[in-house]
Unconditional design. Structure first.
Length: 305
């Protein structure tokens, strides 16, 4: 074990305040939460903590300076078959900390540095820090559920289960997958925020799925079966004869399943009549002749006439 004065970078005549100040500075630089995966920093942090534990105790420091104990606080030689107690022990052997002389203990420093972390007899116990991730999820992956592989802060990869029906902004908690704890304390948690990507033609409201479906003029007039994409695959759907643009067909139970009840939302298909990109003369002539023979104003029915 190195000389505790050298470890903290102070002289043997340093005051208690100088020692506290040096320790505080090194602890902030070397704490494992601030240096994830850096074993050298973690080892150095352990040395600094042990050195501070010894020098922060006025009696231990005095005995170390006198050569009675070593840098680890161990007796260097027995006296009369017994080791001299270096704490002010009462009748039942309870430890009474000598402290710094100004009432400052390692607990005070770690409460200040790490929000209540504890240091006792050279061992720091601090729960590992939580970490946050953001992951992009495809529309269908979020709707149906999937596994996504993410890379953790320590370089490891982890397969995360994306629950069916997940939405943007939803956060998944991965217990114990955060930064490792200090001094045997538990690891922190990882929080994964989902960012669901848009779909080229599906939209979603709750557990229901919506789709605008182009149909031909002939399908609108005469009806017929067409292939309709859903989140579960393509389905054959019957278009009623005489369908107008805006007509909505409901495909019951073809939406997103509820994780708890198992029941599913619906899939709504909104029809949109799509004329050919190039309108030939035959169709134009037919429509003009038909319109003259069958005049009607759809805006009157809609209350816009």
């Amino acid at each position: 074990m190195k000389d505790p004065y050298q470890v903290l970078g102070v002289s043997k005549t340093a005051s208690a305040e100088d020692i506290k100040r040096a320790y505080r500075k090194l602890a902030k630089e070397l704490h494992p939460d601030l240096n994830p995966g850096n074993t050298k920093s973690a080892d150095r942090f352990g040395e600094v903590s042990q050195a501070y534990d010894l020098l922060s105790d006025a009696d231990k420091r005095k005995r170390f300076d006198a050569g009675e104990i070593d840098a680890k606080g161990q007796e260097t030689a027995p006296r009369g078959g017994f080791y001299r107690a270096y704490t002010d022990a009462g009748p039942r052997g309870k430890y009474h900390s000598q402290g710094f002389g100004d009432g400052i203990s390692p607990d005070d420093i770690f409460a200040d540095l790490f929000g209540g972390g504890r240091a006792r007899r050279g061992t720091v116990r601090q729960k590992g820090a939580d970490v946050s991730y953001s992951v992009k999820v495809g529309f269908l992956e979020a709707a149906l559920g999937a596994k996504k592989r993410i890379q953790l802060a320590d370089g490891k990869t982890l397969d995360v289960n994306i629950p069916a029906g997940s939405e943007t902004g939803q956060t998944l908690r991965l217990k114990g997958q955060g930064m490792p704890g200090v001094g045997g304390a538990i690891a922190g948690d990882a929080y994964v925020e989902l960012n669901v990507e848009e779909h080229p033609y599906f939209t979603r409201q709750g557990r229901d799925i919506y789709l605008d479906l182009p149909i031909t003029l002939g399908e609108a007039v005469s009806g017929g079966s067409v292939s309709v994409p859903t989140i579960h695959g393509k389905l054959s759907v019957r278009i009623p004869a005489g369908s107008n643009s805006g007509k909505v067909l409901r495909l019951k139970g073809k939406g997103i399943a509820d994780r708890k009840s198992g029941s599913a939302g619906d899939h709504y298909v909104k029809l949109k009549i799509q004329l050919p990109d190039t309108l030939d003369e035959e169709l134009r002539s037919f429509v003009e002749d038909w319109s003259k023979a069958h005049p009607y104003d759809p805006r009157i029915k809609a209350g816009l006439g």
